[in-house]
Design a protein around this ligand. Structure first.
Ligand SMILES: [Mg+2]
Length: 249
């Protein structure tokens, strides 16, 4: 990732995760992604069972299956990205939602910058933002640069620190963050990010690390935040109340 010269900006930074946050789990994109990643493991010569075990292990251990694949199997990361995220028929799976665009438009830019903050690689992130017609409403994008050896990702501390640097913010309390992954929220809280929101579509299903889960059912890690400082929403529109100070009245 290019090291951008630090800019100073005293505004709040609103960080939006992209996948499974800017669109609903109902889109079934997490399943389609999981199937492709599974097929990739199998293409390395692993049995279906071995593929499932490793997929989940790498996802849990490294936050992204790809990091384990790179570290232990030295795969071509761009080939992986093309075959997994790149082959998703996103245009058929998600569509423009005027209320989401309006939500982004209603953030008062004199008070806040708006950034994407994703564990995906840049082309996938832009594809999603493009379909949702949000591309022109973000000030910047922090993504996983798969081409950098030992690239970092959420929930690693370095990734949040790199994000702050890119947005030119030094005070973590000025970072507002929404993500569907509870571990990523815990990572932000560990960095003392100001207002963290867990996007949690309770009752729906999603795939994580190759395993289907009921959203909202994951056991909380007792060593992490106890949840008292985390707000949960099931619709992004609720951010208007949770972060009312950054929305136009
Ligand atoms: Mg996500």
């Amino acid at each position: 990732m290019a090291d951008q010269s630090p800019r100073k900006d005293n505004r709040i930074v609103v960080w939006f995760d992209i996948d499974n946050t800017l669109y609903s789990a109902n889109s079934k994109i997490s399943q389609a992604m999981g199937e492709r990643i599974h097929a990739y493991f199998v293409s390395l010569g692993l049995s279906h069972e071995e593929a499932s075990v490793l997929h989940h292990r790498y996802y849990s251990q490294y936050g992204l299956a790809l990091r384990g694949l790179k570290r232990h199997h030295d795969i071509d990361v761009l080939d992986f990205d093309r075959k997994c995220d790149g082959s998703l028929p996103l245009e058929k799976m998600i569509s423009y939602d005027p209320t989401l665009r309006k939500l982004f438009q209603d953030i008062d830019r004199s008070k806040a910058q708006v950034w994407g903050f994703t564990n995906a690689y840049k082309p996938h992130a832009h594809r999603v933002l493009n379909i949702l017609r949000l591309d022109d409403l973000i000030d910047g994008l922090v993504y996983c640069d798969y081409t950098v050896p030992d690239f970092s990702c959420k929930p690693e501390p370095e990734f949040y620190q790199m994000a702050m640097k890119q947005a030119g913010v030094t005070d973590p309390s000025k970072c507002y963050f929404v993500d569907d992954n509870r571990g990523n929220i815990d990572g932000a809280i560990a960095q003392r990010w100001g207002k963290c929101v867990h996007f949690c579509e309770k009752g729906l299903e999603a795939m994580e690390g190759g395993i289907m889960k009921q959203i909202g059912d994951e056991p909380l890690d007792p060593t992490k935040s106890n949840g008292s400082d985390i707000v949960e929403v099931s619709r992004l529109d609720q951010l208007r109340d949770v972060w009312s100070e950054v929305f136009r009245k």
